[in-house]
Write a protein that binds this ligand. Sequence first.
Ligand SMILES: [Zn+2]
Length: 316
Amino acid sequence: MQNTTFRWLTLLILTTFLLTACSPATQPASSASTLKVLAAETFLADIAQNVAGERVQVQSLLPLGVDPHTFEPTPQDVKKIAESNVLILNGAGFEKWAEKTLQNAGGERLVIEAAAGLTMREPKLEMHEHEQETHTDHHHEGDPHFWFDPTLVIKYVENIRDGLIAADPAGKDVYTTNAAAYITQLNELDAWIKTQVEQIPPQRRLLITDHETFGYFADRYGFTLVGAIIPNATTEAAPSAQALAGLIEQIRETGAPAIFLETGRSPQLAEQIAAETNTTVVTDIYTHSLTEADGKAPTYIDMMKHNVTVIVQALK
Ligand SMILES: [Zn+2]
């Protein structure tokens, strides 16, 4: 009897040894993969981590609090990309550094564009060229801020899931199960946002933001984008005096109660506009980066819930 137990144990240990000694592609689904996965932004890394689970550690390329619109990779960032097996981008032109950096980094990796397959909205608040002081060639691009509609993030999750399965087929079951569980959470978030927004009278569902960040959010939850301090879907522009005067006029016409200033942006212009229009500046909005674990937006879902809570508070 004892002998039999011993034999079974030996066999078990031997099997475990053989399995762990194998290449990533043949690893059992329960163990960690050696795949190096990088996601461009912090919120994207969190979304991807929910799909990867314990099988893969997803690193964020951008540090907390950095504006992805103006990010330029350092040599260390290029090294991180060069060493990665999988790079996850938001896509839709959001990572303007990506193409050149990927050419320079060398090596081979799977690039997953999370937003692939989604239909881009055209920025509605975009300035005419003569109204724009800092002219950039990003003028006529679409809006990459899909992540403000959790139902569009479902597409992100599906693309990340399929990309991870392509890079690590042995993890298929893990990625599939995790993605399904996270999609359930995204649908719950969507339902929660709808009930929260119901507290705001429809005529007060008016948004003024730093730049045109909340387009998909507005489309999904019935808000009107009154204006933006930078009337563009990027932060790489500055408004002219004429554009600011137009914004002030629109705030007065619509009676929009608040200006939502994203964290990390200079409050000067917002305060100036608020003083002229008798509106409030709400500074506590997290849009392009998560916070530390003890902050208000440590995960994508936390970020959305926090923003919705602040928006409802200011507008209801
Ligand atoms: Zn943006």
